[in-house]
Design a protein around this ligand. Structure first.
Ligand SMILES: Cc1ncc(COP(=O)(O)O)c(C=O)c1O
Length: 448
């Protein structure tokens, strides 16, 4: 029995009052399609796909069958040491690179997004040491960018409270404002300006999310094109963190392939790579970097990074099935259709609720802004109230701790009716918040 007065599990990502208010009925127990059910028996349409990762919904039989077959046949095989990788993991790599932009033909697997980001940074720095340019160690990222947590990835993430609360973090990481930052001149790239001031010859890599998850800000083709040219001119590695944007979320396998004339040196993937059924991430790299990696190393080994469960066979089997489903089951075409539905419905909603001051969708990656019409943006706490009101009306979404946006990140397999249900619930939730009607449960109150 779970004792609500003393939960054994600690979860520092959620403030303590929220957990104290958590009723055993609030916990999730089951799922079906794009819906999850809590222990109290209520079903919710999962408009946030778990943690933005359950891209194919919860019961995809091709993925489930692949995992079952694999666990019976070979439940573990390591792809890190001893040189005898599991066949399924190697096959998964072959399948994945077929869907990467031209020139990105090599991939290694890791277990989560943060590890993929750290590996990308380590690879970049390793190559500089190999080039005998130890002064080229700086990494530039973007304020409000998210790249994971921990002493490495947490420092790359551009959320300053993560940088200071546990003592020393990864050194040599710098942040610049993004073009969406209030007051930024979109014609001038602060990233390029700051690197120029810092000294590009001391910079090893720039990492960006091509669509910034904290708010859903879409970096324009012009912005990314200019950044790619800048990096090429100065021999800086360009890393696209596609942990969220990759694997179908934006309507293609990568955001990179949607941006003309931009090929990053490294792409990190995670989240939807297994539809969230098993943990996995990937670091896909350009041939240029791969060739250099083994050039000039002593013996036949190069950069040593990795962990026991990297490229786990169950994850590899799941990812192979996900790739098949994305290519054969019309999922990417569905993303484009549902994006159009969502944009049309949100447009209509805006006419009724001018507090929805803006929204941006690329595929099923949608950021919504709220505020008083012609006045102040709503605070993160008000947007959080809206999220809880929406939840009470049966739809899960994401609100972020630092930026005041609501994120809709539904599974890529939602239907037209699901979109209508999400927007109708949002309509009701906006009315609830505007009329001061607050959610009833203790947990919802604490969250608000
Ligand atoms: C763009 C991006 N990169 C990396 C990560 C870290 O992934 P993980 O939570 O699997 O470590 C996240 C997590 O949300 C992310 O959004």
């Amino acid at each position: 029995m779970i004792d609500p007065a003393h939960y054994a599990m600690w979860n520092s990502g959620v403030p303590r009052p929220y957990l104290k208010a958590l009723s055993p009925d609030d916990m999730l127990t089951d799922a079906d399609g794009v819906r999850v059910r809590d222990a109290g028996g209520r079903w919710y349409l999962d408009g946030r796909s778990g943690l933005w990762n359950v891209t194919l919904g919860y019961g995809n039989t091709r993925v489930l069958e692949a995992i079952k077959r694999q666990v019976e046949r070979l439940p573990f095989g390591n792809s890190y040491g001893y040189g005898r990788p599991a066949q399924v993991t190697v096959e998964c790599a072959e399948a994945l690179v077929r869907h990467m932009p031209e020139g990105i033909n090599r991939v290694r697997f890791a277990s989560n997004g943060a590890q993929a980001v750290e590996t990308a940074v380590q690879l970049s720095r390793f190559l500089r040491l190999q080039e005998e340019r130890p002064e080229r160690m700086a990494v530039f990222a973007m304020w409000d960018g998210f790249h994971g947590q921990g002493p490495g990835a947490g420092m790359v993430t551009g959320v300053s409270y993560l940088h200071h609360h546990t003592g020393p973090m990864l050194p040599g990481v710098h942040h610049a404002p993004g073009p969406f930052t209030a007051g930024a001149d979109p014609r001038v790239s602060d990233l390029e300006r700051m690197i120029t001031d810092f000294g590009p010859e001391r910079v090893t890599a720039v990492i960006v999310e091509p669509i910034v998850g904290e708010g859903g800000h879409i970096l324009s083709h012009e912005y990314l094109g200019s950044l790619a040219r800048f990096c090429r001119t100065h021999d800086i590695h360009l890393i696209f963190d596609e942990v969220v944007t990759g694997m179908g979320r934006v309507g293609d396998f990568t955001r990179a392939e949607q941006v003309p004339d931009v090929t990053p040196d490294i792409i990190t993937l995670g989240k939807g790579i297994t539809s969230g059924y098993v943990p996995m991430s990937a670091i896909a790299i350009h041939d240029r970097l791969y060739d250099q990696l083994y050039e000039g190393t002593t013996g036949d080994t190069a950069l040593s990074v990795g962990s026991t469960n990297d490229g786990h066979v169950l994850a590899a089997a799941a990812a192979l099935a996900v790739i098949e489903v994305l290519t054969e089951d019309g999922v990417l075409a569905n993303v484009a259709r549902r994006e159009a539905d969502l944009v049309a419905e949100l447009g209509k909603l805006q006419a009724q609720h001018p507090e929805l001051t803006g929204f941006r969708c690329q595929g099923l990656f949608c950021g919504l802004d709220f505020g008083e019409p012609g006045g102040e943006a709503w605070s993160p706490s008000t947007v959080n109230k809206l999220r809880m009101a929406l939840e009470r009306r049966g739809v899960l979404s994401s609100s972020l701790r630092v930026v005041p946006n609501l994120m809709l990140m539904p599974p890529l397999v939602i239907t037209e009716d699901d979109v209508a249900e999400i927007v109708a619930a949002l309509d009701g939730a906006l009315t609830d918040v505007k009329s001061g009607r607050l959610p009833e449960s203790g947990f919802a109150k604490a969250m608000g």
